[in-house]
Design a protein around this ligand. Sequence first.
Ligand SMILES: [Zn+2]
Length: 256
Amino acid sequence: MIYWHDLTWEEIKERLREIKAVLLPIGSCEQHGPHLPLGTDTYSVIILSERLAENLKGKVYILPPIWYGISPHHMKFPGTITISPQTLANFVFDIASSLKYHGIQKLVIINGHGGNIPTLTDVLRRIRDELGIEVALVNPWILIGDIIQKVLETDIWGHACEFETSTALVEIPDKIRIDKIRKPTLKIPSVRHIAVWEKNRVITPWNTDEFTDTGSIGDPTKASREKGEILFNAMLERTLEFIKDFIGETEERHES
Ligand SMILES: [Zn+2]
Protein backbone atom coordinates (compact mmCIF):
# COMPACT_ATOMS: atom_id res chain seq x y z
CA MET A 1 0.00 0.00 0.00
CA ILE A 2 1.61 3.26 -1.10
CA TYR A 3 -1.36 5.66 -1.19
CA TRP A 4 -2.41 7.71 1.82
CA HIS A 5 -6.04 7.45 0.73
CA ASP A 6 -5.92 3.63 0.68
CA LEU A 7 -5.12 3.53 4.40
CA THR A 8 -7.65 3.66 7.22
CA TRP A 9 -7.46 6.13 10.08
CA GLU A 10 -6.34 3.38 12.41
CA GLU A 11 -3.52 2.42 10.06
CA ILE A 12 -2.41 6.05 9.77
CA LYS A 13 -2.43 6.31 13.56
CA GLU A 14 -0.37 3.12 13.96
CA ARG A 15 2.13 4.06 11.26
CA LEU A 16 2.59 7.69 12.15
CA ARG A 17 5.99 7.09 13.67
CA GLU A 18 7.25 5.12 10.63
CA ILE A 19 6.00 7.69 8.13
CA LYS A 20 8.97 9.94 7.43
CA ALA A 21 7.35 12.10 4.75
CA VAL A 22 4.40 12.32 2.43
CA LEU A 23 4.53 13.00 -1.31
CA LEU A 24 2.08 15.36 -2.99
CA PRO A 25 2.03 14.94 -6.79
CA ILE A 26 0.82 18.06 -8.59
CA GLY A 27 0.37 18.26 -12.35
CA SER A 28 -1.90 20.10 -14.74
CA CYS A 29 -4.84 19.54 -17.07
CA GLU A 30 -3.60 21.19 -20.23
CA GLN A 31 -3.03 20.60 -23.91
CA HIS A 32 0.04 18.54 -24.74
CA GLY A 33 0.07 18.71 -28.52
CA PRO A 34 -1.98 16.44 -30.79
CA HIS A 35 -0.37 13.27 -29.45
CA LEU A 36 -0.31 13.43 -25.62
CA PRO A 37 -3.29 13.54 -23.22
CA LEU A 38 -4.26 16.58 -21.17
CA GLY A 39 -3.26 14.76 -17.99
CA THR A 40 0.34 14.09 -19.10
CA ASP A 41 1.99 16.19 -16.36
CA THR A 42 -0.09 14.61 -13.62
CA TYR A 43 0.41 11.06 -14.88
CA SER A 44 4.15 11.63 -14.99
CA VAL A 45 4.40 12.76 -11.35
CA ILE A 46 2.03 10.05 -10.17
CA ILE A 47 4.16 7.35 -11.81
CA LEU A 48 7.36 8.85 -10.45
CA SER A 49 5.80 9.09 -6.96
CA GLU A 50 4.73 5.44 -7.16
CA ARG A 51 8.30 4.34 -7.95
CA LEU A 52 9.58 6.49 -5.08
CA ALA A 53 7.04 5.13 -2.61
CA GLU A 54 7.72 1.53 -3.68
CA ASN A 55 11.39 2.17 -3.03
CA LEU A 56 10.80 3.71 0.38
CA LYS A 57 8.04 1.35 1.37
CA GLY A 58 6.23 2.38 4.53
CA LYS A 59 8.37 5.47 5.01
CA VAL A 60 6.59 7.68 2.50
CA TYR A 61 3.01 7.67 1.32
CA ILE A 62 1.44 9.39 -1.67
CA LEU A 63 -1.32 11.90 -1.00
CA PRO A 64 -4.28 12.20 -3.39
CA PRO A 65 -2.74 13.94 -6.46
CA ILE A 66 -3.78 17.36 -7.71
CA TRP A 67 -4.79 17.04 -11.36
CA TYR A 68 -5.02 20.80 -12.02
CA GLY A 69 -2.42 23.51 -12.29
CA ILE A 70 -1.79 27.04 -13.48
CA SER A 71 -2.12 26.88 -17.25
CA PRO A 72 -3.62 30.14 -18.62
CA HIS A 73 -1.04 30.14 -21.43
CA HIS A 74 -2.55 26.95 -22.89
CA MET A 75 -6.20 28.09 -22.82
CA LYS A 76 -6.38 28.73 -26.58
CA PHE A 77 -6.22 24.94 -26.97
CA PRO A 78 -9.48 23.12 -26.18
CA GLY A 79 -9.66 21.10 -23.00
CA THR A 80 -7.15 23.03 -20.93
CA ILE A 81 -8.41 23.77 -17.43
CA THR A 82 -6.56 26.36 -15.38
CA ILE A 83 -6.83 27.35 -11.74
CA SER A 84 -5.66 30.63 -10.25
CA PRO A 85 -2.39 30.92 -8.31
CA GLN A 86 -4.40 31.78 -5.17
CA THR A 87 -6.47 28.61 -5.52
CA LEU A 88 -3.39 26.40 -5.91
CA ALA A 89 -1.57 28.13 -3.04
CA ASN A 90 -4.56 27.82 -0.69
CA PHE A 91 -5.17 24.23 -1.73
CA VAL A 92 -1.60 23.17 -0.98
CA PHE A 93 -1.44 25.21 2.23
CA ASP A 94 -4.69 23.70 3.50
CA ILE A 95 -3.41 20.18 2.79
CA ALA A 96 -0.23 21.00 4.71
CA SER A 97 -2.29 22.37 7.62
CA SER A 98 -4.16 19.07 7.90
CA LEU A 99 -0.90 17.13 7.74
CA LYS A 100 0.47 19.28 10.51
CA TYR A 101 -2.64 18.60 12.60
CA HIS A 102 -2.04 14.86 12.29
CA GLY A 103 1.64 15.09 13.15
CA ILE A 104 3.27 14.76 9.73
CA GLN A 105 6.52 16.70 9.74
CA LYS A 106 7.83 16.44 6.19
CA LEU A 107 6.14 17.14 2.89
CA VAL A 108 7.64 16.69 -0.57
CA ILE A 109 5.76 18.19 -3.49
CA ILE A 110 6.48 16.36 -6.74
CA ASN A 111 5.53 18.87 -9.43
CA GLY A 112 5.10 18.08 -13.11
CA HIS A 113 4.27 21.51 -14.52
CA GLY A 114 6.55 24.52 -14.96
CA GLY A 115 3.68 27.00 -14.64
CA ASN A 116 3.15 25.90 -11.02
CA ILE A 117 6.69 26.69 -9.87
CA PRO A 118 6.42 30.38 -8.84
CA THR A 119 3.25 29.79 -6.79
CA LEU A 120 4.52 26.60 -5.18
CA THR A 121 7.79 28.32 -4.30
CA ASP A 122 5.81 31.02 -2.47
CA VAL A 123 3.68 28.52 -0.61
CA LEU A 124 6.75 26.57 0.58
CA ARG A 125 7.77 29.63 2.53
CA ARG A 126 4.33 29.93 4.16
CA ILE A 127 4.28 26.22 5.03
CA ARG A 128 7.68 26.46 6.66
CA ASP A 129 7.15 29.76 8.49
CA GLU A 130 3.51 29.41 9.50
CA LEU A 131 3.20 25.64 10.03
CA GLY A 132 6.75 24.61 10.86
CA ILE A 133 6.61 21.69 8.41
CA GLU A 134 9.78 20.76 6.56
CA VAL A 135 8.77 21.07 2.94
CA ALA A 136 10.45 20.76 -0.47
CA LEU A 137 9.47 21.17 -4.09
CA VAL A 138 10.90 18.68 -6.60
CA ASN A 139 10.60 19.63 -10.28
CA PRO A 140 12.09 16.37 -11.59
CA TRP A 141 13.18 17.65 -15.00
CA ILE A 142 15.14 20.50 -13.40
CA LEU A 143 17.10 17.97 -11.34
CA ILE A 144 18.44 16.34 -14.51
CA GLY A 145 19.25 19.34 -16.70
CA ASP A 146 22.74 17.96 -17.44
CA ILE A 147 21.34 14.60 -18.57
CA ILE A 148 18.63 16.20 -20.70
CA GLN A 149 21.33 18.16 -22.50
CA LYS A 150 23.29 14.96 -23.22
CA VAL A 151 20.34 12.82 -24.28
CA LEU A 152 18.28 15.15 -26.46
CA GLU A 153 19.12 15.77 -30.11
CA THR A 154 17.21 19.04 -30.18
CA ASP A 155 18.11 22.32 -28.46
CA ILE A 156 14.56 23.59 -28.34
CA TRP A 157 12.42 21.61 -25.91
CA GLY A 158 9.89 22.43 -23.24
CA HIS A 159 6.41 21.12 -23.93
CA ALA A 160 5.05 17.99 -25.62
CA CYS A 161 8.53 17.86 -27.14
CA GLU A 162 11.41 15.40 -27.57
CA PHE A 163 11.83 15.29 -23.78
CA GLU A 164 8.23 14.99 -22.69
CA THR A 165 7.24 12.56 -25.45
CA SER A 166 10.24 10.33 -24.66
CA THR A 167 9.34 10.13 -20.98
CA ALA A 168 5.67 9.60 -21.87
CA LEU A 169 6.74 6.59 -23.99
CA VAL A 170 7.95 5.07 -20.70
CA GLU A 171 5.26 6.39 -18.35
CA ILE A 172 2.03 6.24 -20.38
CA PRO A 173 2.82 4.38 -23.65
CA ASP A 174 -0.80 3.30 -24.13
CA LYS A 175 -2.06 6.87 -23.93
CA ILE A 176 0.09 8.29 -26.74
CA ARG A 177 -1.42 8.84 -30.20
CA ILE A 178 1.71 7.70 -32.03
CA ASP A 179 0.22 8.47 -35.45
CA LYS A 180 -0.41 12.07 -34.40
CA ILE A 181 3.19 12.87 -33.47
CA ARG A 182 4.38 15.67 -35.70
CA LYS A 183 6.91 18.45 -35.77
CA PRO A 184 5.31 21.84 -35.04
CA THR A 185 5.90 25.01 -36.96
CA LEU A 186 7.51 27.27 -34.41
CA LYS A 187 6.72 30.96 -34.81
CA ILE A 188 9.78 33.17 -34.30
CA PRO A 189 8.71 36.39 -32.53
CA SER A 190 9.68 39.71 -34.13
CA VAL A 191 10.77 41.03 -30.72
CA ARG A 192 14.14 39.62 -29.67
CA HIS A 193 14.75 37.73 -26.41
CA ILE A 194 11.15 36.74 -25.68
CA ALA A 195 10.93 33.36 -27.43
CA VAL A 196 9.72 30.92 -24.83
CA TRP A 197 12.31 28.30 -25.79
CA GLU A 198 15.22 30.64 -25.03
CA LYS A 199 16.79 29.72 -21.72
CA ASN A 200 17.76 33.34 -20.93
CA ARG A 201 14.89 35.53 -21.85
CA VAL A 202 12.70 38.49 -21.05
CA ILE A 203 9.56 37.41 -19.20
CA THR A 204 6.27 38.19 -20.94
CA PRO A 205 2.73 36.87 -20.32
CA TRP A 206 2.97 34.62 -23.38
CA ASN A 207 0.41 32.28 -24.84
CA THR A 208 1.47 28.97 -26.34
CA ASP A 209 -0.36 29.55 -29.62
CA GLU A 210 1.85 32.59 -30.24
CA PHE A 211 4.83 30.26 -30.59
CA THR A 212 3.56 26.97 -32.02
CA ASP A 213 0.80 25.68 -34.29
CA THR A 214 0.38 22.22 -32.71
CA GLY A 215 0.91 23.05 -29.05
CA SER A 216 4.32 21.35 -28.99
CA ILE A 217 7.31 23.50 -28.11
CA GLY A 218 10.10 21.31 -29.42
CA ASP A 219 10.16 18.39 -31.82
CA PRO A 220 8.35 15.26 -30.59
CA THR A 221 9.34 13.30 -33.73
CA LYS A 222 12.80 12.95 -32.17
CA ALA A 223 11.39 11.16 -29.12
CA SER A 224 12.22 7.54 -28.35
CA ARG A 225 11.59 5.05 -25.60
CA GLU A 226 15.35 4.57 -25.13
CA LYS A 227 15.80 8.26 -24.40
CA GLY A 228 12.76 8.13 -22.17
CA GLU A 229 14.24 5.28 -20.09
CA ILE A 230 17.44 7.20 -19.46
CA LEU A 231 15.56 10.38 -18.57
CA PHE A 232 12.94 8.73 -16.37
CA ASN A 233 15.52 6.66 -14.51
CA ALA A 234 17.66 9.74 -13.92
CA MET A 235 14.68 11.67 -12.49
CA LEU A 236 13.86 8.70 -10.27
CA GLU A 237 17.43 8.25 -9.09
CA ARG A 238 18.05 11.89 -8.24
CA THR A 239 14.68 12.43 -6.59
CA LEU A 240 15.26 9.29 -4.55
CA GLU A 241 18.69 10.53 -3.50
CA PHE A 242 17.15 13.78 -2.36
CA ILE A 243 14.29 12.17 -0.45
CA LYS A 244 16.57 9.68 1.29
CA ASP A 245 18.72 12.54 2.53
CA PHE A 246 15.68 14.66 3.38
CA ILE A 247 14.11 11.95 5.55
CA GLY A 248 17.41 10.83 7.03
CA GLU A 249 17.42 7.39 5.41
CA THR A 250 20.59 7.72 3.38
CA GLU A 251 22.53 5.11 5.39
CA GLU A 252 20.12 2.43 4.32
CA ARG A 253 21.12 3.13 0.74
CA HIS A 254 24.72 2.19 1.55
CA GLU A 255 23.65 -1.05 3.26
CA SER A 256 21.72 -2.42 0.30
ZN1 LIG B 1 3.76 18.63 -19.62
